[in-house]
Design a binder for this molecule. Structure first.
Ligand SMILES: Cc1cc2nc3c(=O)[nH]c(=O)nc-3n(C[C@H](O)[C@H](O)[C@H](O)COP(=O)(O)OP(=O)(O)OC[C@H]3O[C@@H](n4cnc5c(N)ncnc54)[C@H](O)[C@@H]3O)c2cc1C
Length: 505
């Protein structure tokens, strides 16, 4: 079989959506060799993600792209309001003014193709990453000492023999219909929500009074006659997500003459021009089996959520952030391959928390039976408007100490004593933060282990961080490169115990 490259890549990434693109940035930044195989030549053009959270912005910061992403995304202090047809506010996902605990605004709105372009531009900084657009992976297998991928140019003549790529690990970032998932033989856990929706992006004329009157926050319009979601992406671009109803002609739903009357309450053809429209079936699933040997999954390939929380892409980017440092530590010989084992046990319950909440929100938004909707409204009228925030779950069992949060959760990004953001000082690696009285007197053995794992040691704490340590009776804490908290330590023995949680090379 002809070979595209005789190289044994460290990692082959199948799929160049946002998950694959962040992973490629992380691996390239770590100096690993990677090849990305993507079926399409152009960035996916249909309407998908419009929102990401503060943790996700921090993941962009981790690959040096926060400024570039900030230039195409809009920070928002506004929340998301669940409103019924009578104008009663049932629930509010709270917004937040200014900088949130992750060191960035809590919520951002953006146009997914622009974000993907920034991530792809970022990958061009890394000579060790090769991208093959217009190539499809048609088979993948684990051969024990390496993995092999059969790759074919999408414009190749039928019957062209696929070429072979070799890599030490393959990560399937290949979306909801993942081929790598099939090769692993993963099973799917259905969390219960499957519903078609029409999604329409509009370019609005901002001089029009009806456009100016549109709400600044996201609205979940809980009207049993036609549930929908309205999002302000930026001043001119607005999103309507419109639930398909029984009896809708699904082939006609995306036609302007069909959807304009559905949103006439807000705007009409004189106010805006439809940019793009597509019908999706929203799913709620988590896969069991994110890894078999050298084959792994990330992103929509291993979980899908209805978009009511704006968290599907964020979850895929968390997978990339979780997996990249583990792959880097194993491939560099800093940790044993057992470090890859807890990838799924850590991430699956975490993402499931978000999906289950999205399914619960779906049960608030989606009722089309007026009696069920009336009962829902009565419940909220009695109980009052429910306020909630994004969950901040703990990872499942894995590479962190046991104990209550914040252990095993994403740690805040405070400013350090010199006024800089924590991650800008620590870089993309483990970070040991603590009291100088402990850190300045570590013994040789501990120092050698810190060096072997390339741990940043930071004693320049802000008063807030010092106070935070004191609350937990601790004098040091260890963060992973993905900024999840491995645990607290009172002294050098406690620090050594945290380092023991990383499987030895
Ligand atoms: C209407 C809608 C609204 C959404 N809103 C939000 C939101 O506000 N916030 C949020 O966080 N998320 C949101 N999402 C979810 C988000 O868009 C997805 O979770 C995200 O795009 C998944 O990224 P991914 O990289 O994992 O997969 P994808 O983006 O699907 O990328 C997979 C890539 O793999 C390629 N591929 C597949 N098979 C092969 C193969 N065999 N060989 C080569 N290439 C292959 C595909 O061409 C594709 O480019 C929304 C989704 C929808 C549909």
């Amino acid at each position: 079989m002809p070979v595209v490259s005789p190289l044994l890549h460290d990692v082959a990434i199948v799929g160049y959506g946002p998950t694959g693109a962040l992973l490629a940035n992380l691996l390239g930044q770590a100096g690993l060799s990677a090849v990305v195989v993507e079926r399409d030549r152009a960035i996916h053009a249909l309407p998908r993600a419009v929102h990401f959270d503060g943790e996700t912005m921090r993941n962009f910061q981790s690959v040096g792209l926060a400024d570039q992403v900030g230039a195409i995304a809009r920070p928002s202090a506004q929340g998301m309001h669940f409103v019924n047809a009578a104008g009663q506010t049932l629930m509010v996902r709270r917004g937040r003014e200014g900088v949130g605990p992750q060191g960035w605004a809590n919520n951002w709105y953006f146009h997914q193709p622009e974000l993907e372009a920034v991530l792809r531009q970022g990958v061009t900084r890394h000579a060790s990453v090769r991208v093959l657009p217009g190539h499809e992976v048609v088979a993948v297998g684990d051969r024990g000492d390496q993995a092999a991928l059969s790759v074919r140019a999408t414009d190749a003549d039928a019957g062209t023999t696929p070429e072979t790529l070799a890599a030490r690990y393959v990560v399937g970032c290949d979306g909801a219909r993942s081929l790598v998932r099939r090769a692993i033989g993963s099973t799917t856990v259905d969390l219960g929500l499957h519903q078609p929706w029409l999604v329409v992006d509009m370019i609005c004329d901002t001089t029009r009074p009806r456009v100016q009157a549109l709400p600044p926050h996201t609205v979940q319009w809980c009207d049993p006659a036609r549930p929908m979601t309205i999002v302000r992406v930026n001043d001119s671009r607005r999103r309507w997500e419109i639930m398909a109803m029984p009896g809708d002609d699904m082939d006609a739903l995306a036609r302007p003459e069909v959807f304009w009357p559905m949103i006439a309450r807000w705007i009409g053809p004189d106010d805006a021009t439809p940019e793009r429209a597509a019908v999706y079936t929203f799913h709620s699933v988590v896969v069991e089996g994110w890894r078999r040997g050298r084959l792994l999954l990330a992103g929509d390939a291993c979980h899908q959520t209805p978009p009511f929380l704006g968290q599907g892409m964020c979850a895929g980017l968390r997978d990339a952030a979780n997996l990249a440092w583990k792959l880097a530590a194993v491939l560099r010989g800093q940790a044993g391959e057992a470090l890859l084992d807890p990838y799924e046990s850590e991430r699956a319950p975490h993402v499931r928390t978000f999906i289950e909440l999205a399914v619960r929100l779906g049960a608030v938004i989606q009722p089309t039976d007026p009696a069920i909707a009336a009962e829902r409204d009565r419940r909220f009228a009695e109980g009052g408007t429910e306020l909630f925030d994004f969950p901040q779950p703990q990872l499942g069992p894995g590479c962190h100490a046991s104990g209550p949060p914040p252990v095993g959760s994403v740690f805040q990004q405070p400013l350090l004593g010199d006024g800089r953001r924590l991650d800008d000082v620590a870089g993309w690696r483990f970070a040991l933060l603590g009291d100088d009285a402990v850190l300045a007197h570590l013994g040789e053995a501990t120092l050698a282990r810190l060096a072997a794992l390339d741990v940043a040691v930071i004693a320049d704490l802000s008063p807030a961080l010092e106070a935070g340590l004191a609350v937990h009776g601790a004098r040091a804490l260890l963060l992973r490169p993905d900024r999840y908290l491995m645990g607290f330590a009172r002294d050098e023995a406690g620090i050594a115990a945290l380092l023991d949680l990383v499987p030895a090379a």
